[in-house]
Design a binder for this molecule. Sequence first.
Ligand code: FEO
Length: 172
Amino acid sequence: MQISKIPAKVRTELNRQLNYELGAAHSYRALSLWCADQNLKGFAAFFAKQTGEEHEHAEKIMEHLLDRGSQPELAAIAAPKQNFKSLLEVAQQAQAMEVANTAGIHAVYEAALTAKDYPTQVLMHWFINEQVEEEAWTAEMVGRVQSATCAGSVSDLDRHIEKLLAGDGKGE
Ligand code: FEO
């Protein structure tokens, strides 16, 4: 075991956040499975890709902890919400998760500011920017699903969802 170079409060926040990212991956998997079960293959593929991205986010934090002498602490991951009334509820769930995630990232940053932990502040700059994108595409998705008022338009949206959100760097 190494001696950690990360202040204790920041370490606690980083561990909390990395577990949130793993939980988000689990939740996106649940959204993907619900969509697949509804034959919404475009949305299913899109959310499956998000699952991978959340794992990458957790990975970034774990590497940071390890590089600075702290073994990451994995927590239990709760069962995600998996039953939804509609695609709109699915999109809103994604949006709520990202809004909550932004608050978590900001909490890490605040702790790093208070502790004058510059490396964590720099790491969090990447995440703060990422959350701007994550909130943008979830808001766009909610809006597009809200506008798809008949079965035909939901099908069209399903076929094109990745392309439609590509402007935010998604679906590539
Ligand atoms: Fe790890 Fe969707 O933000």
